[in-house]
Design a protein around this ligand. Sequence first.
Ligand SMILES: C[S@@+](CC[C@H](N)C(=O)[O-])C[C@H]1O[C@@H](n2cnc3c(N)ncnc32)[C@H](O)[C@@H]1O
Length: 181
Amino acid sequence: MKRPLHLSHDFLAEVLEKDSIALDATMGNGNDTAFLAALAKKVYAFDVQERAVQKTQERLAQLGLENAQLILDGHQHVDKYVDEPIRAAIFNLGYLPSADKSIITMPDTTLEAIGKILERLEVGGRLSIMIYYGHEGGDMEKDAVLDYVKKLPQETFATMLYQPLNQVNTPPFLVMIEKLK
Ligand SMILES: C[S@@+](CC[C@H](N)C(=O)[O-])C[C@H]1O[C@@H](n2cnc3c(N)ncnc32)[C@H](O)[C@@H]1O
């Protein structure tokens, strides 16, 4: 069975084409940025940590990918940097395991960014949100995101949840959104 992270990529790959604009809202070590850059024309990638930008730069260089713009700023400021329609976007919420665990995504800024990205999503465009919530504050962010997504108008957005049901602790899960019109 596919893990949520694996499905999050498959869900976006299905709609990405060589002329697509993609967005990684939480760059971290650059795994998602590299995945998107291999499929899209251009990727906008955001993180608030200098270390994430460096790691991602190294990763892309190793892979010979030159079509990502790495932005050292919060994803809530996406409107300052992106005015093209977005085909596919991804969030990995929480903290970067290999870095400062006190730097986490926060409910208010996460929702602000999701709202701005959904506005800019093309019809047929998709957003994957991987929710990690085992850390302090993670539960609040999980609830805020689920509450927000549940209230999206069903005529405009299709939404799905993919979540392990019998795993102990707090396994990450995936929220998928597609813009319908
Ligand atoms: C779970 S990690 C992302 C992992 C990443 N997708 C990867 O492939 O390695 C979450 C990241 O979100 C970043 N972050 C926290 N608040 C942010 C914000 N407001 N805007 C953008 N990134 C943020 C953290 O610095 C951290 O690197």
